[in-house]
Design a protein around this ligand. Structure first.
Ligand code: FE2
Ligand code: FE2
Length: 498
């Protein structure tokens, strides 16, 4: 239903009409409706890459508008006069805990009231404008705070400065507007695109998405550190490169290959481990490298060599990230199964390898900036932001997807892997030539994210759902359940054989 309605509104917007939405509260349904609509409008304007920025900023604006309405409701509920200094101070202290503790009450009371938040979307000569308006004026104290925060945001060079200033402030009080301004600046939309006004009983925040976006390079200490880190990663060892070349030769014998692999015990161990990993070709336990090569075949051996070497380099350098690799194993299994079951069988093995490597960048990111990343993920959880990628980007200047892609690039991995790693969170931005493999990786990773409650069904890109005929929510859920039980079953076979 959401999909149909948002498509109609997006068409209305295309024709130059103003699209208007009106609501009382930022509940899950409204936010996912908005996500879907904004995605479509941006996609039609060739600006889908701005999606996470626009949605995050917009959500912040809407939360503030609802908060302003809730505040009026709270003051009238308690017979407090906002324009009496003493009552205002007292009311504000109580309001802060009220808004956190009584969300349901606020939502149902606002529904009965005249307090509204309206959202207008309209094209204009210079791009398009999003206006969020609530029907309460700003209190002088709010006007002052807004002005102070905007000034403060302008004084920050980058997000690392904000982080140093506010790292204890996990509640995000006061952080929203600062963050919004830095988001706008770093995304190239520009901080001057945001305007906040209050008049005639309304407060209005407007955001202009200009036709021409000029992103400036974001350079900060952390980014430099990460870039150096990627730079210093070793290349694939020469014996592996040689094996990879050999395995591509049509006339190579399996014995020759396995004999060479056995010479390198670390490699032999990881080839065995990956050949046995859940989701791979066979359910039978493989005990020797010779059997592995025979059973999995040359094409797959090549893939296993790449994945094993990548993992070996990472684990020799960074402490164990078992959780990430386990997640990648599951994603690889899912990616391969989706390919096999949904008409992309030719891509099954590529999908598997993309799944195995898609979060490479996370390891470098976590190792380099553990404390910051932890804080980012707390912050995203608190604010229910769909993905932490966008915050990584503004905080660090690059996301784990970008970092992963530069590692894959450094290792001269095939182009489809670089592209899947780069866009496993943003499939619509990928190069059309690699759209299928990217979508497989994206969907596999998203299914894992749904299992850990990071995503939900409405947040899945509709284009991807339709590629795999999963537009129907029930069909989607039952397909997901099937994959889950296939994975558990496979894992059981593998572990009971060991
Ligand atoms: Fe990821
Ligand atoms: Fe992932």
């Amino acid at each position: 239903m959401i999909a149909m309605k948002t498509s109609q509104l997006a068409a209305q917007f295309d024709q130059g009409e103003t699209v208007c939405l009106s609501f009382h509260y930022h509940n899950k349904f409204n936010i996912s409706f908005l996500n879907s609509l904004i995605t479509k409008i941006l996609a039609r304007n060739n600006k889908v890459y701005l999606r996470d920025t626009v949605i995050t900023v917009l959500k912040e604006i809407i939360v503030n508008a609802v908060k302003a309405n809730s505040k009026r409701f709270f003051f009238s509920l308690n017979n407090l006069d906002m324009y009496n200094n003493e009552e205002y101070t007292r009311g504000m202290t109580e309001f802060k805990s009220f808004i956190v503790a009584r969300k349901e009450l606020i939502e149902s009371e606002l529904k009965k009231s005249n307090y509204r938040v309206k959202l207008y979307l309209k094209k204009n000569g210079n791009g398009f404008t999003i206006v969020v308006r609530n029907n309460t004026p700003m209190h002088p104290d709010e006007t002052l705070r807004v002005r102070e925060r905007i000034e403060k945001a302008r004084s920050y060079k980058d997000f690392a400065d904000v982080y140093e200033d506010l790292s204890d402030d996990t509640e995000g009080e006061g952080l929203g507007l600062l963050l919004t301004i830095l988001f706008l600046r770093n995304s190239g939309i520009g901080e001057e695109s945001l305007r906040i006004e209050s008049q005639n009983g309304f407060t209005q925040t407007s955001l202009l998405i200009p036709e021409t976006i000029k992103p400036g390079p974001i350079v900060n200490k952390i980014q430099t550190k990460i870039l150096n880190e990627v730079d210093e990663l070793p290349s694939f060892p020469e014996n592996i490169m040689e094996l990879i070349r050999l395995s591509k030769k049509p006339d190579v014998s399996m014995k020759e290959l396995s004999d060479r692999i056995v010479l390198d015990p670390a490699l032999a161990a990881s080839v065995l481990k990956l050949s046995n990993s859940a989701g791979f070709i066979t359910r039978k336990r493989i005990d020797s490298v010779h059997d592995a090569v025979k059973i999995i075949g040359l094409k797959n051996l090549n893939m296993i060599l790449v994945a094993s070497s990548a993992r070996n380099i990472m684990s020799a350098r960074y402490s164990a990230f078992k959780e990430i690799w386990n997640h990648c194993n599951r994603a690889a299994f899912y990616a391969r199964q989706i390919a096999l079951q949904k008409g992309y069988a030719a891509l099954a093995e590529h999908a598997f390898l993309s799944g195995l490597l898609h979060d490479l960048g996370k390891i470098v990111l976590l190792s380099t900036t553990a404390k910051l990343v932890e804080w980012i993920s707390d912050f995203t959880r608190n604010r229910e932001i769909r993905t932490s990628t966008v915050l990584e980007e503004i905080a660090i200047g690059m996301s784990h997807s970008t970092i992963g892609a530069s590692i894959a690039d450094k290792w001269n991995l095939p182009h489809y892997i670089i592209e899947s790693v780069r866009h496993h969170h943003s499939p619509l931005n990928s190069d059309a030539a690699f759209r299928d493999i990217v979508a497989l990786t994206y969907l596999a990773n998203t299914l894992c994210g749904i299992e850990s409650n990071r995503y939900d069904y409405p947040s899945v890109e509709e284009e991807v759902l339709s590629m795999f005929s999963l537009e129907d929510r029930d069909a989607f859920n039952s397909f997901h359940e099937t994959l889950q039980s296939q994975y558990e079953e496979h894992n059981d076979v593998i572990s009971s054989a060991s």
